[in-house]
Design a protein around this ligand. Structure first.
Ligand SMILES: *[C@@H]1O[C@H](CO)[C@@H](O)[C@H](O)[C@H]1NC(C)=O
Ligand SMILES: *[C@@H]1O[C@H](CO)[C@@H](O)[C@H](O)[C@H]1NC(C)=O
Ligand SMILES: *[C@@H]1O[C@H](CO)[C@@H](O)[C@H](O)[C@H]1NC(C)=O
Ligand SMILES: *[C@@H]1O[C@H](CO)[C@@H](O)[C@H](O)[C@H]1NC(C)=O
Ligand SMILES: [Cu+2]
Length: 770
């Protein structure tokens, strides 16, 4: 900027005038600059921050006792592996691609110590329970599966076979999970013995080439009776979201023998027609006796790549006063809550020793199983019953994406696993923990009548989350800790549906959702273990419900009214307390202490199940016993160390003779009065796929869960002690901060300091290339 003074000869007054104007302009400009400098000098770089929240942990301090529940450390996994490898009698292969005929160390996990030992340690100053690992060996050479306990940790030098003790039966080798090594062999087999044999058909029908191959997707179970291991593979175009690009070609491969040289193609299905062999398919195809599929390039409807350049950010929550929870090792402290956590490769997320205001509410809350039963006319899907813990639920807890999978400012925790591998794998940022304002008050009242006031509390919740992408589906697992003393376990499903090639007659099994693609009807059943300990281990199971009674009106003789009344019962045996889905059950279910609250009622926690399940497989079906937990909405059993999980690693592949049949837990019909009780809760939903499941099922409405709510446990709502309470009274000025911190928020807020975005999730994916 400058002043322009005309060099033209001008009359003096006018010239004076111009100089004056110019000086004035310079002065104004200078003072603006001075003001800006002044403002900058007197404004701190970052806005004034609210003081760190001092009392969030309510004086609680971390301790190391929760480490009894901690997953093995990276070093511990490696030590157990090296020890097992060193046992020459086991002759374990060191290759991640070990053949099924070899011996494989499939899994290393924490072996949870017995509950009574842990409680003695936590509550009574007893010794710290011995830290042990569980090691699972698939022994091709011995044609068996063995589970070992390995100890001590660290530096193990003992192992003991506990298979019979754990399962009361030998485990058939074909009950094993398909390992990376077996998949590699299977994919080689498919390439050579399937693609190699019907190349022309695949080229003409599906545009198959070395660079445009087909992806297999397996149906399960693998056969129809114990010992079978024959899998229907259906084929899909090799592109993003291949699960919804079926091509109408399926083959049945018998891979029962641990020697892959013995494997065979037993059947093939092409465009709805069955063939006894690929040779027969070739012959009939060449002779023009087969209804041919003509290759057409299809739209890339399965890709999740944005169709338009993304421009949006949703709103962001951040911790105004710093984090009000604390995570150290595997222990979380938050306001009145504390718990320890772990992530089992098989069953997934779990928390232990959940305490509210210092009192243990639950010993364990954990995911147990995710199961689906499918309908279709093509064999790849028509027998399909997926039992996910047999491949591993926690196994697929990959890195969570900041801002999408969890709020941007969440705390992320790494996990370590050893499953179907030969080294300890680190899964960065695979658990997230965050405090979240649900945007809806936990409680509030505006008092209009008579005494005017407002009292309310924002619903700030601590969320503990993992997301596991098990093949096509992604399950989002949440445990949520509310200020009212409730804990919620919730699951939501998203990801790709499984689909099959649409033929004329299969619309009875779903809807067409894309070109030649049938979205198959299926059920989702999820099982949680809820080991509540309400004021100690000895509890009882109570139910409450309502019924209408016909009551005569005392003040009008001869007049009657139907009045709802409370119906309370105690169920005293496991048999009575196994509440089947297909029967009417009481609406309120309680794990209760015989201690009473101030008002004389048993202190209890209520199990409130939210579920939209379809029908459970009929019990006469041989496969049903492997998923018998799904019979019950809630089943209460007496705690036993031997009844650790409702399913097992072996239930999928020996579905006809399952290593764990949950209904057996109930069979002995034990007394559950004044015993340590475990609630097994089943939730889920019926999924009838529809067009909007393409490309991905959305989480809205697709889920279920259970809320553990205090019910006469306290004498009043414990959230009354929340530091977040807000109270407004007409006698106080509206801007008073005394009982309403929000009145000061604008003056005190911090600019959020955001962590940078990183993602390394693809490091941990399964690799089939040798
Ligand atoms: C794991 O298996 C791979 C593939 O066979 C092999 O190259 C690697 O050396 C093995 N790792 C160890 C620690 O033995
Ligand atoms: C150990 O296993 C390998 C295959 O991994 C096999 O070749 C070898 O013969 C076995 N050794 C013994 C002593 O059984
Ligand atoms: C209630 O009981 C009275 C007396 O037994 C009977 O007359 C009346 O019908 C009953 N009302 C209903 C709705 O059942
Ligand atoms: C409550 O249960 C405990 C443990 O079973 C028992 O010792 C006690 O007598 C019971 N108290 C009452 C009031 O029933
Ligand atoms: Cu589904």
């Amino acid at each position: 900027m400058g002043c322009y003074i005309s060099t033209e000869r001008q009359r003096t007054p006018k010239k004076m005038n111009t100089i004056l104007k110019c000086l004035l302009t310079v002065f104004v400009f200078a003072s603006v600059v001075a003001n800006i400098v002044f403002i900058i000098l007197h404004t701190p770089r970052t806005p004034k921050c609210a003081p760190e929240f001092q009392d969030a942990l309510k004086g609680k301090k971390h301790d190391d006792k929760g480490l009894v529940f901690a997953d093995l450390t990276s070093e511990e996994y490696t030590q157990v592996r090296d020890y097992m490898w060193s046992v020459s009698a086991l002759n374990i292969s060191r290759s991640v691609f070990a053949q099924p005929s070899e011996n494989v160390l499939f899994l290393i996990e924490l072996h949870l110590p017995p509950k009574s030992e842990v409680l003695r340690y936590l509550d009574k100053g007893g010794p710290r329970p011995r830290r042990e690992a569980k090691a699972v060996v698939f022994s091709g050479s011995k044609q068996s599966i063995s589970e070992y306990i390995v100890w001590p940790l660290p530096n193990p030098d003992h192992h003991q076979d506990v298979t019979l003790k754990t399962y009361n039966q030998e485990l058939h080798i074909n009950a094993r999970t398909v390992t990376i090594g077996e998949y590699v062999a299977l994919f080689k087999f498919v390439h050579k013995e399937v693609f190699g044999k019907v190349k022309t058909i695949l080229e003409e029908s599906f545009g198959y080439s070395e660079s445009n191959t087909l992806n297999p997707f397996e149906g399960m179970p693998r056969g129809i009776q114990s010992g079978d291991r024959q899998t229907w593979f259906s084929f899909f175009r090799d592109r993003s979201g291949f699960y919804i690009h079926p091509v109408g070609f399926e083959v049945l491969i018998n891979h029962r023998d641990t020697k892959s040289s013995m494997w065979k193609v037993e059947k093939a299905l092409y465009n709805g027609e069955y063939f006894a062999s690929l040779e027969e398919l070739n012959e009939k195809y060449a002779a023009g006796k087969v209804k041919k599929i003509r290759y057409k390039e299809s739209r890339d409807y399965g890709s999740l790549k944005p169709r338009h350049k993304p421009t949006g950010f949703g709103p962001l929550q951040y911790d105004v006063q710093g984090k009000r929870y604390s995570v150290r090792n595997n222990q979380v402290l938050y306001l009145d809550w504390s718990f320890a956590f772990g992530l089992s490769s098989l069953t997934g997320m779990r928390v232990f020793d959940i305490r509210f205001k210092g009192e243990r509410i639950a010993y364990e809350l954990s995911v147990q199983e995710a199961m689906s039963v499918y309908g279709s006319v093509t064999p790849g899907m028509m027998l399909t019953k997926f039992i996910d813990s047999s491949i591993g639920i926690g196994r697929f807890a990959h890195e969570l994406v900041r801002g999408v999978d969890c709020p941007y400012t969440a705390t992320f925790v790494d996990t370590y696993r050893y499953i179907d591998t030969n080294f300890t794998q680190r899964f960065r940022n695979s658990i997230c923990i965050f405090e979240h304002n649900t945007g809806r008050p936990l409680r509030r009242h505006f008092s209009d009548f008579f005494s005017n006031s407002y009292g309310g509390l924002a619903n700030n919740v601590l969320v503990f989350r993992t997301i596991t992408a098990i093949g096509n589906y992604d399950y989002m697992w949440d445990f949520m800790f509310y200020q009212s003393g409730s804990v919620e376990a919730k699951v939501h499903a998203t990801g790709y549906i499984s689909s099959s090639y649409k033929t004329e007659d299969n619309l009875r099994y779903g809807h067409q959702v894309a070109e030649n693609t049938l979205g198959n009807i299926h059920t989702h059943f999820i099982n949680f273990k809820v080991d509540l300990d309400v004021l100690g281990r000895k509890n009882m199971f109570l139910t409450k419900d309502m019924e209408f009674v016909n009551v005569s009106l005392p003040w009008i003789p001869g007049e009657y009214a139907q009045i709802p009344r409370l119906v309370e019962r105690q169920l005293k045996t496991e048999g009575e307390a196994a509440l089947r889905y297909d029967t009417k059950t009481a609406r309120y279910l309680h794990i209760a202490s015989n201690l009473t609250n101030r008002w004389g009622h048993p202190r209890s926690y209520r199990l409130q199940v939210a579920s939209f399940t379809g029908d459970h497989l009929p019990e006469a079906v041989p496969e049903e016993r492997a998923m018998s937990w799904a019979r019950y909405k809630v089943a209460i059993t007496k705690y036993k160390d031997e009844e650790q999980t409702s399913s097992s690693l072996y239930n999928q592949n020996n579905i006809w003779s399952p290593a764990v049949d949950f209904s057996q837990f109930i069979e002995d019909n034990e007394n559950i009065e004044s015993e340590d009780l475990v609630a097994w809760v089943t939730t889920g939903f019926l999924h009838i796929p529809h067009a909007e499941d393409i490309p991905n099922t959305v989480s809205v409405g697709n889920g279920g869960g259970v809320i553990l709510r205090p019910h006469n446990y306290f004498d009043e709502d414990p959230s009354m002690n929340s530091p977040d309470s807000v109270y407004i009274h007409p006698s106080e000025p509206a801007d008073s901060c005394t009982n309403n911190r929000f009145a000061c928020l604008a003056k005190e807020v911090c600019a959020p300091s955001l962590p940078t975005f990183t993602y390394n999730g693809f490091e941990g994916v399964m690799k089939f290339e040798e």
